[in-house]
Design a binder for this molecule. Sequence first.
Ligand code: BJW
Ligand code: ZN
Length: 238
Amino acid sequence: MSGVDLEPLVVLTGAGISAESGIPTFRGDGGIWEQYRATDLATPASFKRDPDLVWRFYNWRREMVFNCNPNQAHKTLATIENQLSNFMLITQNIDGLHQAAGSRHVLELHGSIWRLRCSACNERWEDRRVPIPEGIPLCSACGSMGRPDVVWFGEALETNVLQSAYQAAAQAKLMLVIGTSAVVHPAAELPLVARSAGARLVEFNVEDTPLTPFVDAVLQGPATQQLEQWWERVRPPA
Ligand code: BJW
Ligand code: ZN
C-alpha cells in the first residue's frame, strides 16, 4: 500500500485497541456486556434508579484502567501523529490511553472516565483518584451527585466534539478504523462520511464488522501487530 495518500489522516478507534492493554471490550466473548447489562448501567435511567450500582461499575472500571498501560497500537498512533502534519484521532474510548501514549489531537466522542460532571448543573471536573474515597462524589457548585462524564445510551454526544469529528472525517484522505464493532451511532457513521467524501478506509480488526464490506482494505489481526506493520510499509521516508 505504499504510495498511498496519507494526509489528512483520521483514525477512529474503539475498545479493541485497548483490549491488548487488558481492558475488556463491550461486545463479543469476554465483553463487558456479557457480564453486565448495558441497559442496567450505561443509561441515564439506570443512574437515576440506582446511582450506587452505576458508581460501583465505574469505580471497578476506573481501577482496571488505572492498572493498565498503553500498548504498542496506542504508541504507534502517537508515533504516526508525530511524523505527519495533518492528523486527527477520534476515539470512542473513555480510558485516556491514547493521551497516555502521547497522542495530542484526540477527540473523545464518548467522554472520559477521568472526568466527572454534575447530574444537575453544568459543572465538570477532573478526578483521577482510585478509588474515590467518599462513595458518590458530590458537585462542589451545587451539592448534587456527580456522575462519570461519559456518554450513555440515549444521550447526545458533545456537540462541538461531534462536529469536529464529522469535519475531520469529511476532510480525510485516509481513515483507519481500529478495534470497533462499528455498531454504535453516531460514531459508526464517521467512516461512511469519510468514504462519501472520497477517503480510503482501512479497517484493523480481529473479525469482520458491518463496515467491512465498505472498506478498501482489511488488516485482520491484533491491532498492536497490524498497525505497526502497516506503518512500516506506508510511512514516508525520513
Ligand atoms: C480488536 C482486538 C484487537 C478486539 N485488535 N480489534 C442509529 C441506528 C441505530 C441506533 C441508533 C442510531 N443512532 C443512535 C442510536 C442509539 C444508540 C446506538 O447506537 N445503539 C446501537 C447499539 C444500536 N446510540 C446512542 O444512544 C448515542 N446517542 C445518541 O445517538 O443520541 C441521540 C440524541 C440526540 C439529541 C438528544 C438526545 C439524544 C450514544 C451512544 C453512547 C455509547 N456509549 C458507550 C458507553 C460509554 C461509557 C462507558 O464506556 O461506560 O460507549 S456503549 C459502548 O459502545 C461504549 C463504546 O465506546 C461503544 C462502541 O463500542 P466499541 O468501541 O465498538 O467496542 P465493541 O466491544 O463493540 O467492539 C470491539 C471491537 O474490537 C470488536 O469488533 C472486536 O472484534 C475488536 N477487537 N480485540 C483489533 N486486539
Ligand atoms: Zn452541580
